[in-house]
Write a protein that binds this ligand. Sequence first.
Ligand SMILES: [Mn+2]
Length: 289
Amino acid sequence: MNFPDYFADADSNFNDSEYVIFGIPYDKTSSFRLGANLAPDKIRFSSWNFETYNLKNKVDFKDIKVHDFGNILLKKNSSNEVINKVKTYTLSLLKNKKFPIALGGDHSITAGIIQAFSDEIAVLSLDAHLDYRDIYENEKYNHACVIRRISEKINIDNIAILGIRSAEKREFLEAKKDKLFWVDSYDIHKNGIKQALKKIKNKFKDKKIYLTLDIDVLDPSFASGTSTPEPFGISPFDILECIEFFSQDIIGFDVMEVCPPYDHGETAILAARFVKTVIEETWLKKYMD
Ligand SMILES: [Mn+2]
């Protein structure tokens, strides 16, 4: 079957749209398995799987004005150039009051998106990995360094990570010393996602939140199609609760690290579902008040 090459039902033009989806087909800093550059188009394809009506929140996606820009063109750009391109593009969306939704690509890209936002926002990262290295494989803008790069722009008190279960010892100790906040997946498994979300809400108060989803936060049994899978992950329901809980505050979203060559389709399906969920839930909040 042939489907359009844009995200399902994202058929508004740019001017009318409230939400803009854009892809960044980039995986040059992936450290284990390559292929995340194929993810934006795979996520778009997967989005056609779904009904437009959401039985749970009663939103019909067709009622929301969503534009799909397509992919940002990257031709042999250095990582610095990629980050700058992504920053410039995100700035153009914010200037036009659009809600940015990015499809990665590897997680290094999120640092570029965040640079376009005010320093006053909070950043919530869902990730199996701490990603707090200063440099990795001679690269400052590596996916293993994304939280460190973000912490150079956003006060570390306004950053939180959910679901981690992997870090290098030195990286871990540095993050502890710098008082980076996280709730690991073992804690979430034992005490539930709600208490973790409440802790973060207490910390962020009413700050606006940029939500970045590294799909490897999920257990590999749900989402094996990712570059660096890590056992003992959280579940899709945990992520759903997180999106619903913060829907009032979320002002931007990305989903990163889907790796189609290692996917049987389910990882890209989950990514597409989370894109739709973030759009529906934030839209619902905006028009309910
Ligand atoms: Mn990760």
